[in-house]
Design a protein. Structure first.
Ligand SMILES: Nc1ncnc2c1ncn2[C@@H]1O[C@H](COP(=O)(O)OP(=O)(O)OP(=O)(O)O)[C@@H](O)[C@H]1O
Ligand SMILES: [Mg+2]
Length: 113
C-alpha cells in the first residue's frame, strides 16, 4: 500500500478528482495548504512598490491505494494537474503499513477501496 500525496493547483482539483473517479478510484482526502517550491514564493512589482508572497495556496490530495494502482494514480494526476509552468505542484509517494476500515474491522487492501 502506498499513500500518494499530491500538491496541486486549486483550479485542477475538480478535473483530477473526476478522472480518478472515472478510473474507479473514489476515496480521497483533500485540504487547502500554503507553501512554496524552489522559487521560494513570488515577488510582484507594482509602480507603488513591491509585494512578496512567501507562501502560495495549493490543494493537497491524498489517496491510499494498493501498490499496483500507484502508477495509474500518478499518471492521472500528472495528466490533469500539469499546465507546464512553475507551480504546477509535486507528488510524493509514501509507504503505508496498514489500513483499517473502522465500520467492519477489515484490514489491508480490503479496507482501502
Ligand atoms: N520538497 C518539497 N517539500 C514540501 N513541499 C513541497 C516541496 N516541493 C514543493 N512543495 C509544495 O508544492 C507546492 C508547489 O510546488 P512547485 O510546483 O512550485 O514545486 P517546484 O519544485 O518549485 O517546481 P516548479 O519549478 O515546477 O515550480 C509548493 O508551494 C509547496 O507547498
Ligand atoms: Mg515552484
Amino acid at each position: 500500500m502506498k499513500k500518494i500525496e499530491a500538491i496541486i493547483r486549486e483550479k485542477t482539483l475538480e478535473s483530477v478528482m473526476k478522472a480518478l473517479k472515472d478510473a474507479g478510484i473514489n476515496p480521497i482526502t483533500t485540504y487547502s495548504v500554503r507553501g512554496r517550491g524552489r522559487q521560494g514564493g513570488i515577488v510582484h512589482r507594482w509602480a507603488e512598490g513591491v509585494e512578496v508572497y512567501e507562501l502560495l495556496p495549493h490543494v493537497k490530495v491524498e489517496v491510499v491505494v494498493p501498490d499496483e494502482l500507484v502508477d495509474k494514480v500518478v499518471d492521472i494526476i500528472i495528466k490533469h494537474a500539469r499546465r507546464g509552468v512553475p507551480g504546477d505542484g509535486k507528488i510524493f509517494i509514501i509507504p503505508v503499513e496498514e489500513a483499517v476500515r473502522i465500520r467492519t474491522g477489515e484490514r489491508g487492501h480490503a479496507a482501502l477501496m
